[in-house]
Design a protein around this ligand. Structure first.
Ligand SMILES: *Cc1c(COP(=O)(O)O)cnc(C)c1O
Length: 407
């Protein structure tokens, strides 16, 4: 069922499932204004370079903090990374507020602002909170946040500093979501919950367009190019579903053919509703009981877009797998030490997933593979206690003896 863009929208009024934005892509293709070469010549230093396929009437309407256009870094072939011949890291930690949630929020807040919204609300167990706070501030809106008590301190602090109205909840993100729903009905806030709002997905889909531009640049061609495999840490799935939608749009626009990257979905062992559904062969996922993981972005026990994620993974010839918390923390250390990237735990998870997939033969070392580091490690300092470091007494001429002991 179609819905108008001129009014605020959440889920479909008829089936209560996510709404996907549509554009006149055939018309856009006919104008010749939105080709890879034309996009490259644009000067916007943000994802609004792709404004033709975003929910704005012109780029000047955008509520932007310079998000997107993140680097695609080739992995150094060192240590455990040596086995990979064509591994790349799309480093989303460069985004405002330190995660790719900025991509979604810039689009959602832009549309909400254009429609006169004064207050937004959302549940968040991590980075969505900070992104919503700062984009709402940029637009002059109030922001109401409902966060599980065990949300990483950095995520809570940045929202409090930003002046959002922060409420901690003794439950999971799904419990927070229910309070948001009630609050929106009672107080008239606009619900920004992921996939219950149509445009966060539109912002995150720009990762798909950027990959096409990044690989074209790598190959010094003006033809959009995509990798063989994309490995993605999935919570609500907005980014995965968004990229899948972008690939479809790009085909309609004549940018690419029918070929697609195989999409790999990674979750934490103790919160893996989508991986379970993938393995069980079902189209929807069941609520994952007693969900827990240190990777806050993956702590989503039930997702409204479950079937969209599963469709994308299956139709791409992809797969889905889990990583333990111990493994993903090791992954963070390995990315830090061998690649110079302080990744979020979710980034650590996708790297460990790549290793497992090569070990099983599913992924060939020569295949062009993209790992998404979805956020900055600095927000997760609490997961890496340093222990007692040696303190040197600089008055003691012999104090450098300690260097021997510290290695
Ligand atoms: C939110 C988040 C995710 C999950 O993203 P979805 O698109 O909702 O699946 C992964 N990593 C980090 C760091 C996040 O903040």
């Amino acid at each position: 069922m179609s819905h108008t863009i001129d009014r605020l929208q959440n889920l479909c009024e008829s089936c209560h499932r996510p709404l996907l934005a549509g554009y006149d892509l055939a018309g856009l293709r006919a104008t010749g204004a939105f080709t890879l070469d034309k996009v490259r010549q644009r000067t916007e230093r943000s994802l609004w370079r792709f404004h033709d396929v975003l929910p704005v009437n012109g780029v000047r309407e955008a509520v932007s903090l310079g998000e997107g256009l993140t680097p695609l870094l080739p992995a150094e072939r060192r240590g455990p990374f040596a086995a990979f011949e064509n591994l790349f890291i799309k480093d989303e930690s460069f985004n405002p507020t330190g995660s790719f949630k900025a991509r979604g929020m810039t689009a959602a807040i832009t549309r909400a602002a254009a429609l006169g919204v004064k207050a937004v609300a959302l549940p968040s167990a991590g980075n969505a909170a900070g992104a919503a706070t700062y984009y709402a501030n940029r637009a002059g809106m109030e922001c109401f946040l409902f966060m599980p008590q065990d949300t990483p301190p950095a995520n809570i602090i940045e929202s409090v500093v930003g002046g959002a109205r922060v409420f901690l909840v003794n439950g999971l993100i799904s419990d927070c979501g229910k309070l948001v729903k009630r609050g929106c009905a009672e107080f008239g806030w606009f619900d920004l919950s992921t996939l219950k709002e149509p445009f966060r997905l539109e912002g995150k889909k720009t990762m798909g367009y950027e990959l096409a531009c990044d690989f074209a640049e790598l190959d010094r061609t003006s033809e959009p190019r995509l990798p063989d495999v994309v490995i993605y840490p999935a919570g609500g799935g907005t980014g995965l579903v968004g990229m899948w939608k972008a690939f479809q749009e790009m085909e309609t626009l004549g940018w690419i053919g029918a070929q697609r990257p195989r999409m790999v979905l990674v979750q934490a062992e103790n919160c893996a509703p989508i991986v379970r559904a993938f393995q069980a062969g079902t189209r929807h996922a069941e609520l994952f009981p007693n969900a827990s993981t240190v990777a806050a972005g993956l702590r989503v026990p039930a997702a409204v877009g479950d079937f969209l994620m599963l469709d994308a993974v299956r139709n791409s010839g992809g797969t889905a797998l889990t990583i333990t918390d111990a493994e993903l923390l090791e992954g963070v250390r390995e990315l830090a030490r061998h690649q110079g990237i302080y990744a979020c735990p979710e980034g650590g998870a996708v790297w460990k997933a790549a290793q497992k997939l090569v070990a099983s033969g599913w992924l060939k070392p020569h295949e062009r593979t993209v790992l998404f580091n979805t956020g900055a490690g600095l927000k997760y300092n609490h997961l890496f206690p340093t222990g007692n470091l040696p303190v040197l007494d600089h008055h003691d001429p012999d104090c450098l003896r300690a260097v021997t002991f510290a290695g």
